[in-house]
Design a protein around this ligand. Structure first.
Ligand code: GLY
Ligand code: MN
Ligand code: MN
Length: 442
């Protein structure tokens, strides 16, 4: 791990430690392998909160944070430990099969975490007698219930002691607190997101060149994914949506297996992930390279909503206000064009929210507190958001002229909130209808 990464994760642990306070202890489990079929697992993916605090991407790990310091292992006198990482034991045979393990001795030099232990030793701190000394115990309950293998056994042991611990010590899930922290990105994180955006933009540019009637949605997806990997991304941030024609009206369409038709639109919602950080971009292209008059009319309305919302972004404004602005612009545009009689009906056709926070998760951790209508609604510098207005007219849309049915348009950009307003991280991405047509002609 390079110095910058080490410093970033150390700063996150320090801040988390400050927030939970000296009368607390946190035990946060990392992810474990998930079986795909027979003896093959899905590619390993670390839990995002654990990644945020450690940057460590081996399975079967756990992080302990004790803001007041403790003796570790318990009983050992005088080694005041503030943080410890529990990792897999070195095992030459297993490493031959599944790859190198860091080993506890390298935890400090490689990751900058105070001390490393083999994960079996975790049991020594999962006892009620030890945990009951703290007023609060922070755990990643929502994630750890999915643990598998050796960590599942340790978890079962932990659960039994939690019955007793909870009578004395408040047990709290870490996700709310970490969600709040994760809402404000550091310089390091912004760099990762920018890189993810750059890779996506390059890949969309390449993919635009191949779009034509007769191609299958899956071929468009394959081209994007090839370019993501070819440009340094390990994987998609989320399953790509490659939706021709009416499929664009299905918001989470991901079967991506239909043939693109002449005269239809193609909505692509996809993003590369870089070093665990996501990008999330949507563009809507004419399959044959030229928008029809009706398609252009809808496209321009959505584009206006996208641009007006981006212009509005600055510290202090509420995300919910931007959401309302988006619906207002869409409603007014449709109403002026005679497509929508009653502006109050706009939600039927704009359907989803105007955007979400973006980071280690595509819908980043802060979303849950937004649902609680908490202060995360007010934007602050360091927030990264998507702005993604859309209009969808599935067949049978009552009150909408038939010629608009089976049309879906969404335009999504990724925006960093700065003191000077919104910085569009995907501004390098083709967006205006005329530019799209020109690019597709060449
Ligand atoms: N790709 C999911 C979203 O745009 O929110
Ligand atoms: Mn998206
Ligand atoms: Mn999105």
């Amino acid at each position: 791990m390079n110095k910058e990464e080490k410093q970033f994760h150390a700063s996150r642990r320090k801040e988390f430690s400050r927030l939970i306070g000296k009368d607390s202890i946190a035990i946060i489990f990392g992810s474990t392998h998930k079986n795909k079929s027979y003896d093959a697992d899905f590619p390993f993916k670390q839990f995002k909160n654990f990644h945020y605090l450690t940057g460590f991407i081996e399975a079967n790990s756990a992080l302990m944070i004790a803001p007041a310091g403790i003796n570790l292992p318990p009983g050992k006198k005088g080694n005041n430990i503030f943080e410890a990482l529990y990792v897999m034991k070195k095992d030459p045979l297993m490493e031959t099969w599944n790859g190198k393990r860091l080993g506890f001795e390298k935890v400090k030099p490689e990751l900058g975490i105070d001390i490393g232990f083999e994960n079996e030793l975790l049991r020594l701190i999962l006892f009620p007698k030890f945990l009951n000394k703290f007023r609060k115990l922070y755990i990643n309950f929502g994630e750890m219930i999915n643990l598998t293998g050796e960590m599942k056994k340790i978890l079962t042991f932990f659960m039994e002691s939690l019955n007793i611990v909870a009578s004395n010590t408040e047990v709290i899930d870490v996700s709310y607190l970490l969600g709040k922290m994760r809402a404000v990105k550091t310089e390091f994180e912004i760099k990762q997101i920018k890189r993810a955006c750059e890779i996506s933009i390059k890949s969309y540019d390449e993919t635009l060149k191949i779009i034509k009637p007769g191609l299958n949605e899956s071929q468009v997806q394959a081209n994007l994914e090839f370019n993501y990997k070819n440009n340094g991304s390990k994987e998609n941030a989320y399953p790509p949506i490659v939706a021709g024609g009416e499929n664009a009206c299905v918001l989470h369409y991901d079967s991506n297996d239909q043939v693109l038709k002449n005269g239809d639109l193609l909505l692509i919602d996809s993003g590369a992930e870089y070093n665990y950080y996501c990008s999330d971009i949507t563009r809507t292209f004419p399959v044959n390279g030229k928008f029809t008059k009706l398609q252009k009319l809808i496209y321009e309305i959505v584009l206006k909503a996208n641009e007006e919302c981006i212009k509005k972004i600055k510290p202090g404004i509420k995300f919910s206000e931007i959401h309302k602005l988006s619906d207002d612009v869409l409603a007014k545009g449709l109403n002026n064009a005679g497509v929508l009689k009653d502006k109050m009906d706009i939600k039927k056709y704009s359907v989803h929210g105007v955007g979400h926070h973006l980071g280690l998760d595509t819908h980043d951790a802060v979303s849950s507190s937004r649902k609680l209508k908490e202060d995360n609604d007010t934007l602050v510098p360091g927030n990264v958001l998507t702005i993604e207005p859309g209009l969808y007219f599935p067949a049978g849309s009552k009150g909408i002229p038939k010629e608009f049915w089976n049309t879906g348009v969404r335009i999504e950009d990724d925006i960093l909130v700065t003191n000077n307003g919104g910085e569009n991280l995907t501004r390098g991405m083709i967006k205006e209808a005329g530019e799209i047509e020109t690019a597709m002609r060449n």
